[in-house]
Design a protein around this ligand. Structure first.
Ligand SMILES: NC(=O)c1ccc[n+]([C@@H]2O[C@H](COP(=O)([O-])OP(=O)(O)OC[C@H]3O[C@@H](n4cnc5c(N)ncnc54)[C@H](O)[C@@H]3O)[C@@H](O)[C@H]2O)c1
Length: 315
């Protein structure tokens, strides 16, 4: 019997959360519509009950939530540039899907929903580090949609008493991140290209910085968020990150060492909707969850490169 539901389980982060739950011997159900997720990501998760379903369909949400106690909601159309190209599709798969899921979770008697939020909601306000009391300032359709999902999630805690926790992830990377689309995360693309001896493209001057967060830290925060006492965390929203930042140019240099790539990056014009700098204040997650990063950036990058080197991410 599944105690946990992971949405977006054929995607990067959902897959990683499901694997961690199964490793603890938990009963897990996963749902995905393969919009961006891949069947190959389900390899190794055979102990999980998998349901193919689209969360924009309320009936699929009801089936997914039946009998579960805790939901990790990772499903989304998770890309800024993709949202610029397809704002309506982003809304359907981020906002409609989240609302349908919350309605179904409440109806099914789910106890807690942990929502995958995004640092993109902070937008390009120059204040660093980003802390949770800052006013959101979404500058892409994706950020708007992720923020709407946050607000719905928190409102369900207020008006219906559903326990909810919002984790705002900052640029997550690691094994199982899809490197094959131009909508993919920058580190996934860089790893794949540099391992293949191809020149990666940096959009902008490369001095933009990110709080790149290795996946193990995000999984860790989710497990803490599921277990923390309701009186402490329900209805709360908190950053989930490393709490350090690095520029793309610096990251490129580290990747050169790790991959053996000998060339230089190409530079192209910055992309619409992208923010300049990103760095999280992670004190609130520390206070509320006891969260602190468990894996560092360099070690995470090394493990990630090894995963791509040994054929990860190729179907
Ligand atoms: N990767 C990051 O750096 C990052 C940063 C901040 C927030 N997030 C959030 O974390 C979550 C997971 O992101 P990811 O990087 O694993 O993305 P991903 O694209 O790898 O995974 C998302 C999964 O959701 C599925 N999905 C999309 N719409 C669906 C629907 N309507 N019904 C069922 N399944 C659906 C996709 O098929 C995919 O498998 C997303 O909510 C994203 O917004 C990710």
């Amino acid at each position: 019997m599944a105690r946990y539901l992971v949405t977006g389980v054929a995607g990067f982060i959902g897959r990683s959360i499901a694997a961690a739950l199964l490793a603890r011997g938990e009963g897990v159900r996963g749902v995905d519509n393969f919009l961006t997720g891949k069947r190959v990501n389900l390899v190794g998760l055979e102990a999980m009950e998998f349901m193919e379903g689209d969360l924009s369909d309320p009936a699929a949400c009801a089936r997914a939530c039946a009998g579960v106690e805790i939901v990790f909601h990772e499903a989304a159309l998770a890309s800024v540039p993709r949202s610029v190209a397809d704002p309506v599709g982003t809304n359907v798969n981020c906002v409609d899907a989240t609302l349908n899921l919350l309605v179904a979770a409440r109806a099914a008697g789910v106890r807690r929903v942990v929502y995958a939020g995004s640092s993109s909601v902070y937008g390009d306000a120059p204040t660093l580090p980003k802390h949770e009391e800052m006013l959101p300032n979404p500058i892409s359709p994706y950020a708007v949609a992720k923020l709407a999902g946050e607000h719905y999630t928190r409102a369900f805690a207020r008006v219906y008493g559903l326990e909810t926790v919002v984790l705002r992830y900052f640029n997550v990377f690691g094994p199982y991140q899809d490197p094959t689309s131009h909508y993919s995360g920058v580190l996934a693309i860089f790893c794949r290209k540099m391992l293949a001896g191809e020149q990666p493209t940096i959009y902008g001057d490369g001095e933009q910085s990110r709080d790149f967060t290795y996946i193990d830290n995000v999984v860790h925060a989710n497990l803490l968020a599921a277990a923390a006492p309701a009186e402490k965390v329900s209805g709360q929203m908190m950053n989930t990150a490393m709490g350090t930042r690095i520029t793309l140019n610096e990251t490129f240099e580290i990747l050169r060492e790790l991959t053996g790539f000998s060339g230089k990056p190409a530079y192209a014009e910055g992309r619409a909707g992208d923010i300049r700098d990103s760095l999280a204040d992670i004190r609130l997650a520390g206070e509320l969850l006891g969260y602190a990063p468990i894996a560092g950036f360099r070690e995470g990058l090394r493990r990630t490169v090894e995963w791509y080197r040994t054929g990860g991410g190729v179907e």
